[in-house]
Ligand binder design. Structure first.
Ligand code: NAP
Length: 322
């Protein structure tokens, strides 16, 4: 009998076509998000699941899925999945690294530029009909070219952002648990520093670490206090990497100059303090939101799910380094 696969939410059609070749597909073709109770129930007879970062694949949910062999996530981040619980049960977890790297790096740089040069404020100003004439100090922002960019996390996306920074004549610093390969650091002219030193020296701090226990609130009051008053924080990683309440306080007190955020602690809710601040650019988690990229991510997740259920090796199994 063909294996059964749950597709938890609306996906690009390529994914369904791939799965239908090998599996019986239980497709929840809506944008609705299932809570733990509904997801657990829906997984009772599933051999595989193609899921998204909105799906809470907790240990409790996985426990309700006795036949489950594979969890295929349409994202590179996987903080919504209890990977340790899955692995303990022999369930393969796959994700979609690489294919979204350049799109997310583009968005990170767009957000950095938009924040430094106050693009949303400038556009709102024009559309509101307030623009009367060119003034010497109208909507002036901060330099990007020649400034120092501190990358917290220097994996695929961090390095791709560094590549863009070189074109802007920026000095690139990074913090990570280990040195990048020498050829990579040389090519990107990137210097590794401890996080505290990076925070002190950077004009832009951009976050590219995965969300894990040790990176939750990596940027809190102490770290924000170490940053320059003229510096900007950019977050396209995961919301809980930043203590949002501490960030709001820092912005209100002028401890840093501004922030560009694509991700939030309680998505889709955004801290009211952030919404009230003019020096913050806020985006609804659109880091990899390019049609071709998202379509490919859906197809990759579906292929890996089908591969595991056909007894083959998946292309992107998750191996978590502790
Ligand atoms: P990656 O290649 O695995 O890079 C992650 C980097 O973080 C690695 O260099 C890793 O280095 C470092 N790291 C891990 N734990 C750390 C710690 N405690 N302190 C300092 N550095 C640490 O992942 P990626 O593909 O670049 O993606 C990064 C994250 O971006 C994803 O996990 C995801 O959450 C987020 N993302 C967001 C969007 C969006 O739409 N906004 C899109 C794509 C990805 P070591 O392991 O060597 O320390």
């Amino acid at each position: 009998m063909k294996p059964r696969v749950l597709v938890t939410r609306h996906v690009y059609p390529a994914a369904i076509a791939i799965l239908q070749e090998h599996c019986i597909v239980d497709y929840q073709d809506t944008y609705e998000v299932m809570d733990e109770a509904r997801l657990g129930k829906r997984l009772q007879h599933a051999d595989g699941v193609v899921c998204q970062l909105t799906d809470p694949l907790t240990a409790a949910v996985l426990q309700q899925a006795p036949k489950l062999k594979v969890v295929s996530q349409i994202a590179v981040g996987h903080d919504n999945i209890d990977v340790a619980a899955a692995h303990a049960r022999g369930i393969v977890v796959t994700h979609t690294p690489g294919v979204l790297t350049e799109a997310t790096a583009d968005l990170t740089f767009a957000l950095l530029l938009a924040t430094a040069r106050r693009l949303p404020s400038a556009e709102r100003f024009l559309r509101s009909g307030e623009w009367r004439r060119w003034d010497v100090d109208l909507l002036c922002g901060s330099d990007v070219h020649g400034r120092t960019l501190g990358l917290c996390g220097f994996g695929r996306i961090g390095q791709a952002v560094a590549k863009r920074a070189l074109g802007f004549g920026m000095r690139v610093l990074y913090s990570a648990r280990s040195d990048a390969p020498a050829d990579v650091a040389d090519a990107l002219q990137a210097t590794r520093l401890p996080l505290d030193a990076l925070l002190r020296e950077s004009d832009f701090v951009s976050l590219h670490v995965p969300l894990r226990d040790e990176t939750r609130h990596l940027i809190g009051v102490e770290q924000l206090c170490r940053m320059k008053r003229s510096a900007f924080l950019i977050n396209t990683a995961r919301g809980p990497v930043v203590d949002e309440a501490a960030l709001v306080a820092a912005l209100e007190e002028g401890l840093i100059a501004g922030a560009g955020l694509d991700v939030f602690e309680q998505e889709p809710q955004v801290h009211a303090g952030l919404l009230a601040l003019p020096n913050v650019v806020l985006l609804p988690h659109v880091g990899s939101a390019v049609t071709s990229v998202r379509s490919l991510m859906c197809a990759l997740a579906a292929s890996d799910c089908a591969a595991v259920l056909s007894g083959e090796a998946p292309k992107h199994p998750l191996v978590v380094r502790r």
